[in-house]
Unconditional design. Structure first.
Length: 127
């Protein structure tokens, strides 16, 4: 693939990274809106900082080229927990339940464009 694909991968990947970085920061600082939102989802205030640390580690692994695939796998698990949480509380499907899925698709799509190893593992065939 060309350098345009790699550039597109970094541009597409910026959106979920910015969202996750903002989410991580809110959890690490235990901002009042994050505490309120987490309480609505059934999480104790004492769990928020730990979730932020886990998210930070996953995001850092994704941002380093050598561990990007591992980071994407870890973030997929983290986002799966978010899906399960939104299902459990009965949130709307497209705006809440599937939002972490959208983020995951952007993470993996960006990585697919950037990483030749992943493209070799999951080849897309053209007719």
């Amino acid at each position: 693939m060309s350098s345009r694909h790699i550039q597109a991968g970094w541009i597409i990947g910026a959106l979920p990274v910015l969202f996750l970085a903002f989410d991580t920061l809110g959890k690490l600082l235990t901002l009042p809106p994050v505490v309120q939102g987490s309480a609505r989802l059934g999480y104790a205030e004492s769990a928020i900082f730990g979730l932020g640390l886990i998210e930070l580690v996953c995001l850092a692994a994704y941002l380093m080229p050598r561990t990007a695939v591992l980071g994407a796998v870890l973030l997929t698990g983290f986002l799966g927990g978010a899906v399960a949480t939104h299902v459990r509380v009965g949130d709307p499907l497209f705006s809440h339940i599937l939002f972490p899925v959208y983020v995951g698709v952007l993470i993996w799509g960006a990585l697919f464009l950037r990483d030749a190893r992943l493209r070799a593992l999951v080849p897309v065939r053209q007719q």
